[in-house]
Design a protein around this ligand. Structure first.
Ligand code: SF4
Length: 347
């Protein structure tokens, strides 16, 4: 832990790591235990790397209701009368009630989780790719979500969901990391709420949030400005709703360029002619999708650090999640990127 903390201490302000890990529920058959129907586990390299940065709690609805491993695989069956059933292909034992109860239990016992990393295609854990059948028919009728995912969407609608497969997708991984870390910071704020802390939260996320949606940022600002009209619970609930709405949006290249120009505005007074030219060149390349999100980001970050521009160094758009994550993911040729440039596709 000390080693990790040290690697973030590269100047003012320090990235605080302690007590900061987002809490994540993860399918136990991903790296942790041989609990799959065929007695195996799946090695997921990004999940293994993220283990250092995310606080994992493992779940396996099927083995936790007492099913052995190996076991006959379960099928998800859609019926018109009883809804979703889960059974072995050739048996009349149905497990949906036990699986649902177990799933709800995980979610209630971990109500503060920021996200779930799940094994796709499973009738229990699958996010959208699980085959389902009609009764008495052995041909799949389509694909859908498993029971744990259905319960998570009902009980913890704000938690970020990602499949092990999508952890390898730079764009989906970027949003997952931004979401779980932003919710984690929000959770920290809620635990020791004060009007001043909310103002700091909003100020530090301002540029990041502007990239998602300017109108919502304005609304958040209005709520904070009218704090006296709300009691604490109302204020938190209203702000949280807007934050949830904001985090469901996607960054656009145009909005992100405005954010970068805004950040650049805090630097430009201390840059020479050549440095300004270099920034404009990078912006043009970014506009055309010829350079990655991180090239401009890294440029702004290093210039801000060199000149000790505290306003920018405190902004979460430069550090939406610990920078060390990218360094370690790079070892498996993976770089989270919201814009999936040509550069990423070449990998
Ligand atoms: S997919 Fe879910 S239920 Fe199936 S083995 Fe993995 S953790 Fe268990």
């Amino acid at each position: 832990m000390k080693k990790l903390e040290k690697s973030f201490s590269y100047g003012k302000p320090r990235f605080r790591y302690r007590g900061y890990k987002p809490l994540i529920l993860i399918s136990r058959c991903l790296n942790f235990q041989n609990c799959r129907y065929d007695g195996s586990r799946i090695f997921c390299a990004p999940a293994e790397i993220l283990k250092k940065w995310l606080a994992y709690r493992t779940v396996c609805p099927e083995s936790d209701i007492g099913l052995p491993s190996p076991r006959p695989p379960l099928n998800l069956i859609k019926t018109s009368r009883q809804g979703w059933l889960v059974s072995h292909p050739d048996a009349q034992n149905f497990f949906q009630q036990q699986l649902r109860t177990k799933s709800r239990r995980y979610l209630r016992e971990n109500a503060s989780v920021q996200g779930l990393i799940l094994k796709e295609k499973s009738p229990s854990c699958g996010i959208a790719g699980c085959k389902y059948y009609h009764p008495g028919n052995s041909s799949p009728r389509g694909r859908t979500a498993g029971l744990l995912t259905r319960e998570a969407r009902k009980l913890l609608p704000r938690a970020a969901l990602i499949s092990a497969e999508n952890l390898k997708n730079p764009e989906i991984l970027f949003y997952f990391l931004v979401k779980v870390y932003t919710w984690r910071r929000w959770e920290n704020l809620r635990r020791s709420y004060s009007p001043a802390a909310l103002q700091v939260f909003q100020a530090r996320h301002k540029l990041l949030f502007l990239g998602f949606n300017r109108q919502l940022v304005d609304e958040m600002g209005r709520i904070i400005a009218a704090q006296k009209d709300y009691n604490q619970n109302q204020l938190i609930a209203c702000y949280e709703k807007l934050l949830d709405n904001l985090l469901q949006q996607k960054l656009t290249r145009g909005c992100w360029i405005n954010v970068l120009l805004h950040g650049f505005g805090h630097l430009s007074g201390s840059l020479n002619k050549e440095e300004k030219k270099e920034f404009r060149r990078l912006i043009q390349k970014f506009k055309k999708g010829e350079t990655s999100y991180w090239s401009l980001h890294n440029w702004l970050e290093s210039q801000s650090r060199e000149r000790d521009i505290t306003y920018l160094l405190n902004q979460k758009f430069l550090f939406p999640y610990p920078p060390g994550i990218n360094n370690e993911l790079a070892t498996i040729d993976l770089l989270p990127d919201p814009f999936e440039t040509a550069i990423n596709h070449q990998k």
